[in-house]
Unconditional design. Structure first.
Length: 199
């Protein structure tokens, strides 16, 4: 006899379709997910179709691979707490703090970039990026431009243009970054110049 409450049974019944929808929305194949989680393709397929019961041992590596909280993966009811609790990612020379939880679409990050005296190596990829300097100075190399942005300044650019950014000088720089992998442009509302000049 299944002693689970109807609410729990309903949540578990929706796990498979949620897993498939999340994977396909991110453009990830079963083979890709199998490689990143260590779970066989057949097990993942059965999990998505509801023929395999969801367990913590299966869901945890999938949540890590998709970089989403476990409660979002299973569709747990909202607790009413709006805070985003995603651990920072510490990379060589920079710390990236995700500020959004949804995979795909527009992503927000806070970055702390340590000084580096290496030679910039511009890269390209799909997307559109908007960044705002919170503290310090940011060096932005964008195609033939080599710019330094101070706190309070912002830049936006198509990431298909060769670009590189890092700390300018010997102090870390803190920035807020909005990135759209599908090329979404960010729009910042500002007062017209004429109105600003009248203040």
């Amino acid at each position: 006899m299944d002693e689970r409450s109807p609410e729990i049974a309903d949540v578990l019944a929706r796990v498979g379709p949620r897993l498939r929808e999340l994977r396909t929305r991110r453009g990830v194949t079963l083979a890709d997910l199998s490689e990143s989680t260590g779970i066989s393709k057949s097990t993942l397929s059965r999990l998505e179709s509801g023929r395999r019961r969801a367990t913590l041992e299966l869901l945890l590596p999938i949540a890590r691979a998709h970089r989403v909280p476990l409660d979002e993966l299973v569709g747990a009811p909202e607790t009413g707490d709006p805070r985003v609790r995603i651990p920072p990612r510490v990379l060589p020379g920079r710390t990236v703090i995700p500020l959004t939880r949804q995979p795909g679409g527009l992503q927000a990050f806070k970055m702390v970039i340590e000084p580096s005296h290496g030679t910039p190596d511009p890269q390209t990829h799909e997307g559109y990026e908007w960044m705002y300097v919170l503290a310090g100075r940011l060096r932005l190399v964008l195609a033939e431009h080599d710019l330094v942005l101070k706190a309070g300044e912002a830049a936006e650019f198509d990431t298909r243009v060769p670009h590189w950014f890092g700390a300018a000088g010997d102090e870390p720089v803190e920035i807020l970054s909005l990135f759209g992998p599908q090329g979404e442009r960010m729009h910042v509302r500002a007062r017209p110049r004429r109105a600003a000049e009248q203040d």
